[in-house]
Design a protein around this ligand. Sequence first.
Ligand SMILES: [Zn+2]
Length: 431
Amino acid sequence: MEENEAPVTLIKGGRVVDPAASFDATADLLIVDGVIREVGRVDPPAGCRVIDADGLTVAPGLVDMHVHFREPGFEYKETIAGGSQAAAAGGVTSVAAMPNTAPANDDPSVTGYMLQKARAAGLVNLYPIGAITKGLKGKELAEMGLQQQAGCVAFSDDGYVVMDSGVMRRAMEYSRAFGALIIQHAEDSGLSCGGCMNEGVHSSRLGLPGIPVESEEVIVDRDIRLAELTGGRYHVAHISAAGAVAAVAAARKKGLQVSCEAAPHHFTLTDEAVVGYDANYKMSPPLRSGIDRNAILEGLARGDITAIATDHAPHERDSKQVEFCRAANGVVGLETLLPLSLDLVREGVLGLMETLACLTCNPAQLLGIDGGTLGVGARADVVVFDPDEAWVVDPRRLHGTARNTCFAGIKVRGRVKKSLLAGRIVHSDGR
Ligand SMILES: [Zn+2]
């Protein structure tokens, strides 16, 4: 691992794009002791390792504010080490990990355990998200203050919704003291009850019980009112419904501290994909209609959706190889995040700078974490990628242990060549 220990690295001649500084130019990046020392024209110092980035794009390591690493409790689905490998392969250097582990991350001891496992793997900066309520049960608030001291950067019951309006109100009020983001999995459990895909023409045709868009929209509407009442910082996880995008846009226009993230599967696919009953297209919220997909694209283009996050949700084979309605929700996404996001650039939805902002500095800012920038003095978390290289998503070649992608066999464009974490190469495309 001698190469990994080189203290001085020069990434030479790439197109350096740093949205945090609105910087986009051909430049060299000098890394000393894991920190960015210089950006510009740099002659390689003696003994320095040089990474030739000619024809490649150099950007801040991606920040994915929504992943599920299944440890503790579900190591048979994925471990923190395995999830870290997938992150490194996807150019993701920072992840925020949801608390639906077993036990749930509602306690500093669990937070500490996750941090320690991530440090041992050494492939990604892991930022735990603490539970809003004890045991994710939606009844009693978790000890947010202690959780934050232990390292939690935001709070969510993701996987579950905080249904009780009073509990949600108190969570927003309480979180104000810490300036922490409250992230809601917006789903009215009464409305989505028993559903396993989007409610619409396709669910009727397939004979599968549907989840209406209203399931998401009524919770987002309610929560925005609570954000206005409390002054809390409110964030909608994996937004999927046109009406919810519109509600967030209106709230932002009013000046409320409301934000949301979109997942690549929601802006790439629609519920038509479920036609073969393949459980790899089953996720929560479900793939929606073309109207909803367009609303997400427009929300990104207008800047109402400021973050792209994977909702990376690894599962073991057995929980997906059952009939559609009984299958587990969720898909992996870390390794397809960048190429699918680059489709936004190719389709003219966003510029490269704006797209990378949704993947780097914007989520970093929402979480209040370091990272997402190539500024001098910043930790050298860097991704070097070929924006045009085409490859076919082969589940067998994904990193980590889970294989449940909804993009199997799809040709994508954009390939990670190198991922650097604090100046160390943690992934190199050598296949
Ligand atoms: Zn999730």
